[in-house]
Ligand binder design. Structure first.
Ligand code: MIG
Length: 766
């Protein structure tokens, strides 16, 4: 294997908006995408420039200046200094602070087809990101591989897992930068793990050194930029944010109806039931088992009558069986992956011998999407994509298997994403104006445009619960906001204490799904004794009370890419304590709530509260931040804190998101010394009408100096489902003097008032 270095600049040219620098070995192309985003692509051969992740085009203009030794690009917000010989790329802030540089010795080079970028490592540099990666929040000193894999029984150190997000954020000297290595080959990241702290490096088995450099000076702005580049989620169906009950598998329609009925009987709120693989006829995708699910439509109608939505699983593997519709169609149209000689690839999964659709092709995606009629016609609205790493009983698919023009290793990491895309686009079409819910196990950067993800087959022990939270938080950095873990742990049986604790954390998990493996004990809320059921029920009720707040947080993700679950490293980047392994699992859930996961065997916990003031949500007790506090953490009360000055909209308990409730939107204002604004958002929760302005959006301002709370005019044409707004003030020792609604001042004598929500008359009720 030969090592080849990038070498010296031999030729510089500009073609339109791209700067091209040629060396003996390769060609570097540079584009500006926005003032804070510059793309560098270094290539030895001219590959077709396709990206599964990026949805933006580069800016039309690129200016640079040249000196004897350098080229300089200055966007106004970011500077790229290019040393000509050897060719090196060094990034600076607009005011000249060094953000990130090539390692001066090695820069970019190749070994055979492998391409590697060695980068300067700063003494105090920390790294966060890479999505679904085990290990600590700060990835300094760790290394990772991206190769989407089916890893049942993984442990809190296993790598790789199911998903690939080659995007990280570097932090040093109070500065921030981001780097997205858009290459779907097997890729590698080493954050000083193996280099005696002399450098970091990343690379891939083949393909281009193709990266986007982000220079914004805050983690949240970098996430906004990354999700601008790779897309943001649409508003999820509201029902998918309720409690979801899953199991591998409920074996019949009757069993699922039974479970659903029991939720209603026990008055435990829930919205979603799942069919895992056993609903199918011999695991053939897009079929129903005629004995156990004899009449899918009447089964789903019954679920709907109980206000439940159904999600069904689909795997990519299509059973080799002449006479089976999807097999026949796929064969006749050549929709399946092949060996180079054209022979169809066969791998074994649940149905036995299977062919694998080539989701990289538009016509195949269209066909796959249209096949969902078998599920949508009887009324399924959620589509769970499993085994799409793709998995063939844990084996690597041979490297010479082809998806169209690609060999498997080139695009493996994007296969699951393309399946999710096909599923999303197909079911969206079939459901008309209704939002489908898509959940995928394998993913690549950009998957947030199509689907939610979950973290795969976790296990029923405490360290896995904590790991799950870090995975959720890390996925948030890489644009995935709608994320879940199997609450309770997929393999093994949780102790009742772990079940209760994990469920309480599930309340603050973006997707709240209880799921368990075949052969494990049943997991539903009533399987743990009356006392535990009461706790579990109370926690699920809390989820439903918080839905107006959670839904508004999703609106934020939809608008800005900022995730619902946020590692503290996003908002408190320069606070060393948030990276302490003791506190690294803590996160903000939306703007206002700080949640501290606690193991099921601990009943008091040290919680780190960042600078500012905080209130415990359950008791109202006030804490001064900037230090750790030891707080009681009984199984009935997970430590959750509210940031002073924030606004948390809540509602009364409903049994499902289909219910209207009592019509009161409770605006909780938690007193703080600083003024604060909050955007409340609501729409019909199920259609795309919000994209045409049919939403209800309202800014709420709290100003402690003027002692006012203002509800600004409503934006959008949606009539809120709430008929009244009730203001609930917490921690106010001085009385709020004025509440302004649509600009009109209201006098308020005591702490609580209620306003009609019809935009015209304002009534205060005490
Ligand atoms: O080979 O469909 O991660 O959630 O229950 C196992 C059965 C296949 C793996 C998924 C899991 C699901 C299970 N699947």
């Amino acid at each position: 294997m030969q090592t080849e270095i990038l070498g010296n600049t031999e030729n510089i040219s500009k073609q339109g908006n791209v700067l091209i620098i040629k060396t003996k070995e390769a060609e570097a192309r540079i584009w500006i995408y926005s003032p804070t985003i510059i793309r560098v692509n270094i290539s030895r051969q001219h590959n077709a420039d396709t990206s599964f992740a990026v949805i933006q085009n580069p800016a039309k203009k690129l200016d640079y200046t040249e000196t004897a030794k350098q080229l300089l690009i200055n966007t106004g917000a970011l500077k790229l200094e290019i040393n000509k010989s050897p060719l090196r790329f060094n990034f600076y802030t607009a005011d000249g602070k060094e953000l990130s540089q090539d390692d001066a010795r090695f820069g970019v080079n190749w070994q055979g087809t492998r391409v590697i970028n060695y980068r300067k490592l700063y003494k105090d540099e920390k790294f966060i990101g890479l999505g679904e990666k085990t290990g600590d929040l700060n990835r300094r000193g760790s290394s990772y591989v991206n190769w989407n894999s089916d890893v049942p029984d993984h442990n809190p150190k296993s790598d790789p897992l199911y998903e690939t997000f080659p995007f990280f954020v570097g932090l040093h000297g109070g500065l921030t930068y981001g780097l997205f290595f858009d290459n779907t080959h097997k890729s590698y990241f080493d954050f000083g793990a193996s280099t005696d702290d002399t450098m970091s490096w990343f690379g891939a088995d083949a393909g281009d050194m193709n990266y986007y450099f982000f220079g914004a000076q805050s983690v949240s702005q970098i996430i906004e930029d990354y999700t601008w580049l790779t897309g943001r989620m649409e508003m999820p169906p509201l029902w998918s944010l309720g409690y979801q009950q899953c199991r591998w598998s409920y074996m019949s329609a009757a069993e699922i109806l039974d479970i659903a009925e029991n939720f209603r009987k026990e008055k435990i709120p829930a919205d979603v039931m799942y069919c895992d693989i056993d609903y199918m006829d011999q695991y053939k995708i897009f079929t129903w088992n005629k004995e156990t699910f004899p009449n899918p439509k009447s089964f789903i109608d019954k679920l709907k009558a109980m206000n439940f939505h159904l999600v069904t699983i689909v795997d990519p593997g299509i059973k080799v069986e002449p006479g089976y519709k999807q097999y026949d169609e796929g064969v006749s149209k050549n929709y399946f992956a092949t060996y180079p000689d054209g022979e169809k690839y066969i791998g074994s999964v649940w149905p036995g011998r299977c062919h694998f659709p080539d989701f990289f092709r538009y016509d195949v995606r269209k066909w796959w999407g249209a096949s969902f009629t078998a599920l949508t016609e009887p009324g399924v609205e959620g589509f769970w994509n499993d085994m799409n790493e793709p998995a063939a009983w844990g084996q690597d698919i041979p490297w010479m298997v082809k998806f169209g023009n690609y060999y498997m290793p080139e695009v493996r990491n994007a296969y699951g994403m393309q399946m999710a895309k096909a599923t999303y686009e197909g079911t969206k079409k079939l459901l008309g104006n209704k939002r489908p819910f898509v959940l995928t196990r394998a993913a690549y950067s950009g998957t947030q445009r199509y689907s939610a993800v979950w973290t795969g087959d976790n296990s029923a022990y405490d360290a896995h619960m904590l790991l799950g939270q870090r995975l959720v938080n890390s996925l948030g950095i890489t644009g995935m906001s709608l994320v879940g873990v199997d609450i309770g742990g997929f393999s093994g049986d949780p102790t009742p204490e772990l079940m209760v604790r994990w469920n309480s954390l599930g309340v603050y998990t973006p997707m709240f799904r209880n799921h368990a493996m075949q052969g494990t004990k049943y997991r539903e809320p009533w399987r743990w004794g009356k006392e535990n059921e009461t706790i579990i029920k109370k926690d699920i009720e809390q989820r439903y009370k918080l839905l107006p707040y959670i839904y508004s947080a999703y609106y934020q993700s939809h608008q800005t890419g900022i995730p619902v679950s946020r590692t503290l490293a996003i908002n408190y980047t320069n606070d060393e304590n948030v990276f302490d392994v003791k506190y690294q699992n803590q996160f903000l859930f939306g703007d206002a709530l700080l949640v501290a996961p606690v193991e099921s065997t601990r009943f008091a916990e040290d919680v780190y509260l960042p600078a500012g003031e905080w209130y415990r949500l359950s008791t109202g007790e006030k804490f001064e931040g900037g230090k750790a506090v030891n707080v009681p953490a009984p199984l009935t009360d997970l430590p959750v804190f509210v940031k002073a000055g924030t606004i948390v909209p809540m509602q009364d308990v409903i049994q499902s998101t289909n219910e209207k409730g009592d019509g009161i939107l409770e605006l909780n204002v938690w007193y703080g010394k600083n003024a604060n604004s909050y955007v409340y958002y609501e729409d019909d929760g199920s259609s795309y009408d919000y994209q045409k302005g049919t939403y209800y959006k309202r800014s709420v301002h709290f100003d402690p100096l003027k002692n006012t709370i203002s509800l600004l005019a409503v934006e959008g044409s949606f009539a809120s489902k709430y008929t009244q707004i009730k203001l609930v003030l917490h921690g106010f020792d001085q009385k709020i003097k004025t509440v302004k609604v649509n600009g009109k001042a209201m006098k308020l004598a005591e702490g609580t008032g209620t306003f009609n929500n019809d935009n015209k008359t304002i009534k205060i009720e005490f």
